[in-house]
Design a protein around this ligand. Structure first.
Ligand SMILES: C[S@@+](CC[C@H](N)C(=O)[O-])C[C@H]1O[C@@H](n2cnc3c(N)ncnc32)[C@H](O)[C@@H]1O
Length: 462
């Protein structure tokens, strides 16, 4: 047994006899935004590089067939390179692709999707539709969560490859209102020790189409009443509401304590399509409002709803997809693990006067089996899981019910490809995958896959 442990360690440690520095040419971009080249028989991943770059690198971590490296010098620059607009780009961990022009980012992301479908999903025949560009390649993000470092008074993102907070006075991908709020909080924290002592993070959310801003200060301890007052006075011309979230445990989750409204509104709003949605600090809401509207339109088109259809909205978050589809079908059964999000969805439905949605808190992979046992069926299921994708049990339950149509929204091409493979083995044909750019300047890719079951429900399964 001790031997096995040693062998597995050796594959991750750098053997001293092998070269740890070298020069290589980057040949392609991997999912994750890193360039890949080859050195000493290894595929080497190098951050901030592009196909056509010739670079000096130092290996930092080695596995059996691949390694990770840091960039030491750029010997020859790829013709694809453009100057990154953000002066913090080299240090900041927020963006990954600012050194690649926007059209090339789109082409690369579409290629990533095709590669994942071929390599992981073994589905080379699935048509990948042309990538839909974001109307705003910069300034699109409607939300930011910044960390605060009291020693340096830095308010921003974690520095790339480090654990230090990088002060970010201006973020090029964020809505400009976020910078304005962060500047006020930074300024006040610099002057007021009582705030500086407890401040941990600041979240700013913007209802871009409605023009409302919600600020949540995340603290360890209490902000004294005087400092609370000063904070609101410095923000009230920019924000509709100010909340305080007091952390009560040391787990890494951002929200793990008690939220209190300090001033103004506890909720802001955003318009997506015909609907006006509530935005709260803890519930998921897509970060690019313009592309979200487009995505929901595509989901509705993919669902091909008939007035008497029953729909499952799985991983439903604050219910925005369910509420978008509800006016066009008979009923929506929505399932979401986060209770706060389910409560928000239920309130949203009441505010919008939508009565044909049922929101359940629970795990999709469990609730679907309950539906199966209870005879609850749908003609269309929308799936919008987190990056890790779906549990196989969830997909198996859909196949057991033979739900005829699926619209699978994914923010991770590798897990999408894995799940489409499983769905193919369970009798689903992927008609198309539509990538759309929800996150310009980063490596993240959003996709909508449309699937249909190859067989009609059997007599005992309907
Ligand atoms: C990408 S978000 C989708 C939100 C929503 N569809 C929207 O458009 O706003 C993924 C959601 O899945 C939820 N989730 C994660 N794992 C889950 C599970 N096993 N069962 C149910 N919901 C889950 C998360 O809490 C999160 O709200």
């Amino acid at each position: 047994m001790p031997r096995r442990r040693q062998r597995s360690r050796m594959t991750t440690d750098l053997p001293s006899v092998e070269p740890i520095e070298g020069t290589l040419e980057i040949t392609r971009l991997a999912h994750g935004g890193q360039g890949i080249g080859h050195l000493a028989g290894l595929a080497v991943f190098v951050p901030r590089t592009l196909p056509g770059d010739v670079v000096d690198v130092r290996l930092t971590e080695r596995r059996k067939r691949h390694a990770f490296a840091e960039l030491l010098a750029l010997r020859e620059a790829s013709p694809l390179r453009v100057p990154a607009p953000c002066p913090l780009y080299e240090r900041c961990g927020g963006c990954h692709l600012q050194h690649l022009g926007y059209d090339d980012q789109l082409a690369n992301k579409a290629q990533q999707v095709r590669d994942c479908l071929t390599r992981i999903g073994k589905l080379p025949e699935v048509p990948v539709l042309p990538m839909l560009a974001s109307p705003q390649p910069f300034g699109y993000r409607n939300k930011a969560l910044y960390h605060f470092d009291a020693a340096s008074n830095a308010l921003g993102l974690i520095e790339r490859g480090k654990s230090a907070v990088l002060d970010v006075p201006q973020c090029r991908i964020g809505d400009a209102r976020i910078d304005a709020v962060m500047a006020r909080v930074r300024g006040l924290a610099g002057r007021e020790r009582a705030l500086r002592r407890v401040l941990h993070q600041v979240q700013v959310q913007v209802g871009q189409r409605i023009g409302e801003v919600l600020v949540t200060v995340i603290v360890r301890g209490e902000i004294p009443a005087q400092a609370q007052h000063q904070l609101w006075e410095s923000l009230r011309d920019l924000a509709a509401g100010l909340l305080m979230h007091r952390k009560t445990t040391t787990t890494p989750a951002v929200f793990n304590g008690i939220t209190t409204r300090l001033a103004g509104s506890a909720v802001i709003h955003e318009r997506i399509g015909d609907l006006r949605f509530d935005i709260e600090p803890q519930a998921f809401f897509q970060v690019n409002s313009a592309q979200t509207e487009r995505l929901y339109g595509l989901v509705r088109a993919a669902a091909r709803l008939q007035p008497d259809d029953i729909v499952f909205d799985l991983y439903s978050g604050g219910g925005s997809i369910a509420l978008t589809l509800a006016p066009h079908c008979a009923a929506v059964h929505a399932v979401e693990i986060n209770r706060q999000a389910t409560l928000l969805a239920t309130r949203q439905a009441a505010t919008l006067g939508i009565a044909n949605c049922e929101f359940r808190t629970g795990k999709v992979e469990r609730i679907l089996y309950r539906y199966l046992a209870q005879g609850i069926r749908a003609r269309v299921a929308v799936l919008d899981p987190p990056r890790a994708g779906c549990r196989p049990q969830a997909l198996e339950a859909l196949a057991k019910m033979r739900v005829p149509r699926l619209a699978y929204v994914s923010c991770s091409p590798p897990t999408l490809a894995r799940d489409l493979r499983l769905l193919a083995d369970l009798g689903y044909r992927t008609e198309s995958v539509q990538p759309l750019d929800m996150f310009p300047q980063t490596y993240h890719v959003e996709c909508l896959a449309t699937l249909s079951h190859t067989a009609a429900p059997g007599p005992n399964e309907a």
